[in-house]
Design a protein around this ligand. Structure first.
Ligand SMILES: C[S@@+](CC[C@H](N)C(=O)[O-])C[C@H]1O[C@@H](n2cnc3c(N)ncnc32)[C@H](O)[C@@H]1O
Length: 415
């Protein structure tokens, strides 16, 4: 375990670790690039693989760049800050295809080119930091409070003076709060601080358990201004959220479904996009009350009277929206949390068999699993594409269009 070893990096696999082989055994290592030769040390030996720590880079890749943050290597957020952005996109696209092949059993996924983020840094409109009291032996009086992200061990907190992924307004506000001794000393151990920015509202912040003064925010999108509750989910990278909505509008305009259900609709972005694409009957479902309230207001403000939003679980929503979905002419949009679609949701889709399923995903591994299940239910992938919502991190968003076998949509993306 202690001795230094040489590794040739074969690939960088999802979510963000370099892969090498040593005597036939797989070794994972952070902070490397495909093709590099590095010196490392094994830090964990498991049954089927080992984990190594980087000591030095002996043959660097031409795509290696200087990290942009002093916390590189310590903060687990930006796994890709040593890679130029073009190579990062290539790596993410290759990972996506690999997951669809290995887990989804889709031999040759029909992929469109990845959509890059216009801003590779300074794009996040929301961050959440956690406070931690580091006690010294003299107890409470000499207490030092850290305010930051979870470290790799998922327990300790890395103090974050500013985050290069966040928009400038958030970093200014964070620095102001950090200079405010009264604010910092009033933080409870483990308490969360969220900072959020919109063009219309500026930067707001709130502590866990106490809402901000302004709970209704307005976000500028390609559909027009939309209302968002501070409590509901909203996409973190607005230009990429716009690209997703435009793509959904293109797909919907092409297939002209008789009805659309937007499951896991949040404040209604994709349902609103379907309404804007001219579909008269659209139903949005989400279990978050604040999100559904905002979605209803958004449909009204954008003059889309044919849109309906209901607060219920995805399972109840599918049962409730049953009749419009039981048609080849219907389209189901799903944008689930990272865990993907539960088996019972896939079973309900398999029963109803809407002609098209537009699957928006922030977790390519669960998407790939669900792609295999949807294939078993008679669907095939028409088109798939990644949208880089989270540059410099190992994560990305994607849109995959599934059609029931025997049906095709003709369309070309210009994204
Ligand atoms: C990834 S977000 C997508 C939101 C929306 N499509 C957007 O782009 O703003 C997932 C959403 O699923 C909702 N959700 C999570 N589990 C759910 C469930 N079992 N039933 C209904 N909604 C659920 C959450 O409230 C959240 O709004």
């Amino acid at each position: 375990m202690d001795k230094n070893i040489k590794l040739k990096i074969l690939d960088v696999v999802y979510p963000g670790k370099g892969l090498a082989r040593l005597d036939g055994c797989v070794v994972f290592i952070r902070g490397v690039l495909p093709g590099e030769v590095v010196t490392a040390r094994i830090i964990k030996q498991r049954k089927n693989f080992a984990e190594a720590e980087l000591i030095s880079i002996d043959e660097p890749s031409p795509s290696r760049i200087e990290p942009f943050c002093p916390l590189a290597g310590t903060c687990p957020g930006c796994s890709y800050q040593h890679i130029d952005y073009e190579e990062e996109l290539r790596i993410k696209d290759a990972q996506f295809t690999d997951l669809l092949r290995r887990i989804g059993h889709i031999e040759d996924p029909p992929s469109l080119p990845p959509v890059p983020s216009p801003l590779p840094l300074g794009y996040r409109n929301k961050i959440t930091l956690h406070s931690s009291h580091d006690f010294t032996i003299s107890g409470d009086k000499s207490r030092r409070t850290s305010l930051g992200y979870f470290a790799l061990d998922n327990r300790s907190i890395i103090d974050i003076p500013s985050c290069p992924l966040a928009v400038d307004g958030i970093n200014h506000q964070l620095q102001k709060l950090r200079r405010d001794h009264k604010f910092i000393s009033g933080l409870k151990d483990g308490q969360n601080l969220s900072l959020r920015q919109t063009k219309a509202d500026g930067t707001i912040f709130w502590l866990e358990g106490s809402p901000p003064e302004n709970t209704r925010l307005t976000e500028e999108t390609c559909l027009g201004p939309v209302q968002v509750s501070y409590k509901s989910f909203f996409q973190v990278n607005i230009p990429i959220a716009d690209a997703l909505m435009r793509r959904v509008m293109e797909i919907i305009s092409e297939i002209q479904p008789s009805a659309v259900i937007d499951l896991y609709c949040g404040i209604g972005l994709f349902a609103l996009a379907a309404g804007k694409a001219g579909i008269p009957a659209v139903l949005g479902i989400d279990r978050n009350k604040a999100a559904i309230r905002a979605a209803r207001r958004n449909a009204k403000n954008l003059d889309l009277p044919g849109l309906r939003f209901e607060m219920m679980t995805a399972r109840d929503g599918l049962k409730f929206g049953l009749s419009p979905l039981k048609s080849e002419e219907a389209t189901l949009i799903v944008d689930p949390p990272r865990a993907g679609l539960p088996k019972e949701i896939i079973a309900l889709i398999a029963e109803d068999k809407p002609g098209t399923v537009i699957y928006i995903s922030c977790a390519p591994d669960t998407l790939a699993r669900d792609a295999a299940r949807l294939s078993n239910a008679g669907y095939r992938i028409e088109k798939t594409q990644i949208f880089d919502m989270f540059p410099r991190t190992p994560y990305f968003e994607s849109i995959t269009v599934f059609t029931i076998t025997g049906r095709t949509i003709r369309e070309e993306s210009n994204q």
